[in-house]
Design a protein around this ligand. Structure first.
Ligand code: A3P
Length: 303
């Protein structure tokens, strides 16, 4: 996969994406050849960057702010995750589940640009891309993955493996900068988790335009902002995976309770400040600066 179909003006990043064998065997080719529809919208992120938050928002904008359904139907059913990474038993055919969705489909993926359905690029399908600062992603993904079968270990080891592109979906920076470079393409809505925390109303208004959704009246906006607040989403049985995944414990052996309780963890910008030590921070800063320098960028260009 040489990525030659991507609308990148400069070289795309060449680092490979680390994914479990299961994904490669079961769905890599099918995802690449996935047939898209004109009304499809893809929510793409490096994991733990605010995907769930954005899915809930975008789903509501695409569905006339149907709060009733949002509260009564589990988000991963309303907005499917196309690649199957962690679920071994029972096996769920996530690609087939996406194929069966009714339009407008909102599809989640953590895959890097070159591994996404090729038609996205050929047909200019809409992508909402959310980037989050790497130190918070490290902390958030460490807590999450450590409770799954995908990764086990301590934070020192995790930071080392993260910067050495050994964690699922890495290289982190390649993922981000490919989309950052495509941010002005008409089919790309590039936003950061930090912007969503800073001014969610502004992000909603811009996203409405991007999705050609009806503009939102003041009262509806207040309701939407309330619905999307960290506290409401944490409370909700439907958006917050915690409750649902807890149930899964009784049927699968792939996850443990510890990771579920950490899905909606802190929901803030800068949680790394009191969770990473100086050595971690220095290692991550050095890695960031070196990577971005190679591409003529600095971190504040993006965040
Ligand atoms: P933390 O682990 O830092 O708390 P994803 O959905 O991509 O897996 O991202 C999960 C991260 O987004 C978690 O970060 C989670 O708390 C945060 N998040 C989810 N919903 C949120 C909301 N409504 N407001 C703020 N942060 C939210």
């Amino acid at each position: 996969l040489d990525g030659s179909w991507l609308p990148l003006k400069q070289d795309w990043s060449t680092r490979w994406c680390t994914l479990p064998e299961l994904y490669k065997q079961m769905c890599a080719k099918r995802i690449h050849n996935f047939e898209t529809r004109e009304s499809d919208v893809f929510v793409v992120t490096f994991m733990k960057s605010g995907t769930t938050w954005m899915q809930e928002l975008a789903w509501l904008l695409l569905n006339q702010l149907d709060f009733e359904r949002a509260k009564s139907c589990y988000l991963p059913k309303r907005s499917r995750f196309i690649e199957n990474l962690a679920m071994k038993t029972p096996f769920i055919d996530t690609v087939a589940a996406c194929e069966k969705m009714i339009s407008p489909r909102l599809i989640k993926s953590h895959l890097p640009a070159q591994l996404l359905p090729r038609e996205i690029w050929q047909e200019g399908r809409k992508i909402i891309y959310i980037a989050r600062n790497p130190k918070d992603v490290v902390v958030s993904s460490y807590h999450f993955l450590n409770g799954t079968t995908l990764w086990k270990g301590d934070l020192d080891t995790y930071v080392d493996e993260f910067v050495n592109d050994q964690i699922a979906y890495t290289s982190y920076w390649s993922h981000i900068i490919d989309f950052w470079r495509m941010r002005n393409e008409p089919n790309i809505f590039f936003v950061t988790y930090e912007e969503m925390r800073r001014d969610l109303k502004d992000v909603i208004e811009r996203l409405c335009k991007f999705l050609a959704a009806p503009s939102i009246k003041e009262e509806e906006m207040n309701q939407l902002l309330h619905h999307l607040s960290f506290e409401s989403m944490k409370e909700s049985n439907y958006n917050n995976l915690t409750g649902r995944l807890k149930q899964k414990l009784t049927t699968t052996e792939d996850f443990d309770l510890h990771s579920f309780s950490r899905f909606m963890r802190r929901g803030i910008v800068g949680s790394y400040k009191d969770e990473l030590n100086i050595v971690h921070k220095e290692k991550l800063d050095k890695w960031t600066n070196a990577f971005l320098k190679e591409h003529g960028l600095i971190e504040s260009d993006i965040f």
